[in-house]
Design a protein around this ligand. Structure first.
Ligand code: F0G
Length: 359
């Protein structure tokens, strides 16, 4: 405690406290927080050069449970606590469940999480278990999990904390505030992956609110990228059996479909798709060249920009922010697969130097 009492010491207080006036909370709301938000906005030198634009990465993997979901979860769980909820439920491709489990535990509630069997990354599964969630693996995909979670919340005393819960969107919009607060202006283009489509909806809401209050002078074009095998918005129809290695965005019928289209159209942006190979290559590149380790789904936005650059469809000289949504440590197999085996050496300086190439 005494550490924080030193004069001038300050810790980021979490998105509700930092943006209290812009969120639907009152003095009666018990704030449940893990001090989420305040994530780094990193200037990406290599990507800027490569893409011919000024590019920043909004690194959401630096949140307490390792993804952007914590921004919405602090709001959803705080409001559930205000309503006296004892248990919360969500469907998830992994990150929402990890976040819900952590925040519900912090609030003394029981977290119930429904995930598609065999289709979530091990790190995320471990998080739900670590935080003591009631974990149900559903024989179906994310869309089936969401249907089941909705039914359970309608028929039993358990609150739904998926992004159909409007408080989730409210919390997640704070990421746009942070971008503008850090840059001093809104970017020309904001790029991100799209799965259930809550995040693009939330960012657009945040940008519009700052613009309406004249904190920023312009609005960005919202660019979203889905995975080719799970691209219902791009294809204009529900994908019954979505398939992609980017399991976080393996979704065939997004809950915020209409709102995402609205964000795209109002902002004069676009929603397009990228292949798994393009996602993997962007995922490796951002780690290897920028020092930012993200999970595969999180690289969909960058993959989209690289694809547009190659097709000569990317403007030049713009200010572009890419949200990289989740931490690479959650889903490590895609780096380890195909990597060279680590070299084993004895405790011998000459031999070690030789292997390193120093002698
Ligand atoms: N990136 C990551 C790492 C995600 O976990 C998600 C969604 C998205 C992008 C897409 O965001 O759904 O708001 O369009 N994950 C949800 C989950 C579905 O259950 O964790 P979205």
């Amino acid at each position: 405690m005494s550490l924080f009492k030193k004069s001038g010491a300050h810790q980021w207080r979490g998105v509700i406290k930092e943006y209290e006036k812009r969120l639907p909370v009152s003095s009666k709301t018990p704030i449940v927080t893990l001090n989420e938000g305040g994530t780094p906005l990193i200037y990406a030198c290599v990507l800027s050069e490569m893409l011919g634009n000024d590019v920043w990465l909004k690194f959401e993997g630096a949140n307490p449970t390792g993804s952007f979901k914590d921004r919405g979860m602090t709001m959803a769980i705080s409001k559930a606590a205000e309503d006296g909820a004892k248990a919360v439920i969500c469907a998830s491709t992994g990150n929402t469940s990890a976040s819900a489990a952590a925040y519900a535990t912090k609030a003394g509630m029981v977290p119930v999480v429904l995930v598609p069997q065999g289709k979530i990354a091990m790190g995320k599964l471990a998080q739900a278990i670590a935080h003591g969630a009631k974990l149900l693996q559903v024989k179906g995909n994310f869309d089936d999990c969401l249907t089941l979670a909705k039914q359970l919340s309608e028929q039993y005393p358990v609150s739904l904390v998926n992004s159909v819960n409007p408080y989730r969107i409210e919390g997640q919009k704070t990421a746009s505030f942070e971008v503008i607060d850090a840059l001093g202006f809104a970017p020309d283009i904001h790029v991100m992956p799209v799965g259930n489509a809550g995040n693009i909806t939330a960012y657009w809401k945040g940008y519009k609110e700052y613009y309406a209050d004249r904190i920023s002078k312009s609005l960005p074009a919202m660019w979203g990228f889905q995975a080719k095998g799970a691209a219902p918005i791009v294809r204009g129809k529900i994908v019954k059996n979505p398939e992609t290695l980017a399991t976080a965005i393996r979704i065939g019928n997004p809950a915020s479909w209409k709102q995402a289209e609205q964000a795209r159209d109002e902002s004069k942006g676009l929603i397009d798709m990228v292949s798994d190979a393009e996602i993997l290559s962007a995922y490796r590149l951002v780690a290897a060249k920028e020092g930012v380790f993200v999970e595969p789904s999180s690289a969909a936005g960058l993959a989209g920009l690289i694809k547009y650059k190659a097709a000569k469809k990317l403007p030049k000289g713009k200010k572009i922010v890419i949200t990289v949504t989740g931490n690479g440590l959650k889903d490590i197999q895609w780096i380890l697969n195909g990597a060279d085996k680590p070299i084993t050496v004895p405790v011998d300086v000459k031999k070690a130097a030789k292997v390193i190439g120093l002698s």
